[in-house]
Design a binder for this molecule. Structure first.
Ligand SMILES: Cc1cc2nc3c(=O)[nH]c(=O)nc-3n(C[C@H](O)[C@H](O)[C@H](O)COP(=O)(O)OP(=O)(O)OC[C@H]3O[C@@H](n4cnc5c(N)ncnc54)[C@H](O)[C@@H]3O)c2cc1C
Length: 366
């Protein structure tokens, strides 16, 4: 039963069904207010249903004030409910996309999105016991994982500690409490920094600390830890767990801010160049569109394509989000990614164009 939840092959059809580089149109079916500044948008698709791994995100795009804007949002619904897909968005003060979604998404409105991507999923750390730590909108990937585990009837051993500013800022509060009633192995603890408008709040007040963790999760060292929230929160969690003797190899985190991603995954060693970079560089052919351009190895394929007027799907430009994942049909590249592609995808010949430089002429599946 453990394997079913933690194995990527359970959700494998995700890649085949809606590749991360393919843009589709979603139709908004419903909008739910979760808190005063957080809403869930529920979408359907003409293609019928969705498949993805719990914890993955999609990249949505919209034309806002005459500019095409793209942002990543984690899928908060579970893959076990495949006929709709939800994202849960917190308004960012002054933020372009989050406010646009809050103001414009209504039943029947369409939204463009690239397919699911990301490696913050149960398969990145298979384990019998999990510790989910989240703050603010960082609850979304862990909510998808929790819902999926419960839907599959796995009764997995999950302790979920969510931090919020005040009780009224707790996202999915009622649902999480209902889920606890369904499973004797799911435990949820909400930690609030302040009481806000709920002076009779009986849960822990303050910030998550090692003492609080030890009190509520005495066996935390035995658990695979999945953390998502603001940068400062995740730094504090990482330190807290390390101070408490938790194995850092069992620590997994998802940043909602690309600039905060500091760890660089090891890049696969590029094959030696079989062709000289002479003759003005390398030729890149796009097999499906029949277009081509030339470039040299000083720039990434994505940048060169843009300069040549060939638009490729992309979002983060840092090898994190996976939107520009493309199959290299012929040739080789030197890729330095930041976790946006899995080893099994690399084995299948996929590469991220935003962090790949050619080491030979290329034919891409685009
Ligand atoms: C993998 C991933 C998953 C995510 N999942 C979620 C999720 O489930 N839910 C969620 O709510 N968010 C999620 N996010 C965050 C989301 O992608 C957006 O970053 C967030 O909604 C803010 O986008 P925005 O367009 O509203 O803000 P932006 O327009 O990007 O602005 C962000 C901040 O920068 C400031 N700013 C903007 N432009 C300027 C400027 N020119 N000068 C100075 N300051 C400026 C704004 O005032 C604001 O404070 C996720 C991010 C990633 C990477």
């Amino acid at each position: 039963m453990l394997d079913r939840f933690c194995s990527a092959s359970t959700w494998e059809r995700a890649d085949a069904q809606w590749p991360s580089h393919e843009q589709r149109m979603l139709t908004c079916m419903r909008v739910c207010a979760e808190t005063h500044d957080v809403r869930t948008f529920v979408f359907s698709t003409r293609e019928g249903h969705f498949s993805f791994e719990p914890g993955q995100f999609i990249t949505v795009s919209a034309e806002i004030d005459g500019k095409e804007v793209s942002r990543c949002y984690t899928i908060s619904s579970p893959p076990t409910r495949p006929y709709t897909l939800s994202i849960t968005v917190k308004r960012t003060p002054g933020g372009v996309m989050s406010n646009w979604l809050h103001e414009n998404m209504r039943e029947g409105v369409e939204l463009k999105a690239f397919g699911p991507s990301g490696v913050f999923t149960p398969s990145s750390g298979p384990a019998a016991k999990s510790l989910y730590l989240s703050a603010g909108s960082g609850v979304t990937p862990l909510m998808s994982m929790t819902r999926a585990a419960l839907d599959l009837g796995l009764n997995r051993d999950i302790v979920f500690i969510h931090s919020a500013r005040t009780p009224e800022d707790i996202i999915f509060r009622i649902e999480l409490s209902n889920l606890c009633a369904l499973s004797d192995k799911l435990r949820v603890v909400h930690v609030c920094e302040a009481l806000g408008s709920e002076p009779d709040w009986s849960g822990p007040v303050g910030r998550l600390s090692l003492d609080l963790l030890k009190e509520h999760v005495p066996d935390y060292r035995e658990r695979e830890a999945f953390i998502c929230g603001p940068g400062g929160y995740m730094d504090a969690c990482r330190k807290m767990l390390a101070d408490g003797g938790h194995d850092p190899a069992r620590y997994h985190q998802e940043s909602f801010n690309f600039a905060e991603t500091v760890e660089c995954a090891e890049a696969p060693v590029a094959e030696a160049s079989a062709e000289p970079a002479a003759q003005g560089g390398f030729t890149v052919q796009l097999a499906r569109s029949g277009r081509s351009f030339t470039m040299d190895a000083s720039q990434t394929v994505l940048v060169a394509a843009r300069k040549a007027g060939v638009p490729l799907p992309s979002s983060c430009s840092q090898g994190i989000c996976g939107t520009c994942k493309t199959k290299v049909l012929e040739g080789s590249v030197d890729m330095k990614h930041n976790g946006g592609i899995r080893p099994r995808e690399i084995e299948k010949g996929m590469r991220l164009m935003c962090c790949s430089r050619p080491t030979s002429n290329l034919v891409l599946d685009l």
